[in-house]
Design a protein around this ligand. Structure first.
Ligand code: INI
Length: 159
C-alpha cells in the first residue's frame, strides 16, 4: 500500500501564483498578509524580487477564475491560491459572484491539473469577514498551508 500525502518541508522548488481580489480590499489585503506570513515561515521566498511567488490583483472575485486559469496554464506554478471576499448585500449579486468564483476556481483546477486553493470568504457581514481575516484568526494563513500541502501532494502522486 502506498499512502500519498503532502509535506511541509523541502519546498525550495515550489512555485506559487496568488490571485487576489481588490473588492473588499480591507479584508483581502489581510488575507494576503496572512497567506504570505505562512508561506515565508515555511521557507518560501516571498520577497518582491522572488521567482518563487507572484501575486496578481484582479478587480473582484468574478475575475478570479480567468486569471487563475492564465496562471495555471502558464506551467510556471505548482499551485495557485485565489483570495477574495464576497459579502452579502441587499441584492442577489452576492449569489451570482459566489457561484461564478466557486465553480470557476474548481473548473480551473480540474481542467489544468494545477491545484487552485479556494481562499474566498463568503460571509453575511463585513464583521464576519474581518474576524476571519485577522481580527480573530486569519484564514489566509490556512490557505497558504493548504497550498503547500497540495503542491507537495500533486508532486508525489503518480501520473
Ligand atoms: N466582488 C467581490 O470580490 N466581492 C463582492 O462582495 C462583490 N459584490 O458583492 O459585488 C464583488 N463584486 C464585483 C465583481 O466581482 C466584479 O469585479 C465586477 O462585477 C466586475 O466584473
Amino acid at each position: 500500500m502506498t499512502i500519498f500525502e503532502g509535506r511541509f518541508s523541502e519546498l525550495a522548488a515550489v512555485r506559487i501564483g496568488v490571485v487576489v481580489a481588490r473588492f473588499n480590499d480591507m479584508v483581502t489585503s489581510r488575507l494576503l498578509l496572512g497567506c504570505l506570513d505562512c508561506l515565508s515561515r515555511h521557507g518560501i521566498d516571498t520577497a518582491d524580487a522572488s521567482s518563487q511567488l507572484d501575486v496578481a490583483w484582479v478587480p473582484g472575485c468574478f475575475e478570479i477564475p480567468l486569471v487563475a486559469q492564465r496562471l495555471a496554464a502558464s506551467q510556471r506554478y505548482d499551485v495557485v491560491i485565489a483570495l477574495g471576499a464576497v459579502i452579502r448585500g441587499d441584492t442577489p449579486h452576492f449569489d451570482v459572484v459566489v457561484a461564478e468564483v466557486s465553480k470557476g476556481v474548481a473548473a480551473v483546477g480540474r481542467e489544468s491539473g494545477v491545484p487552485v486553493i479556494f481562499g474566498v470568504l463568503t460571509t453575511d457581514t463585513l464583521q464576519q469577514a474581518l474576524e476571519r481575516a485577522g481580527i480573530k484568526s486569519n484564514l489566509g494563513w490556512s490557505y497558504g498551508l493548504e497550498a503547500l500541502e497540495m503542491a507537495s501532494l500533486m508532486q508525489g502522486l503518480p501520473g
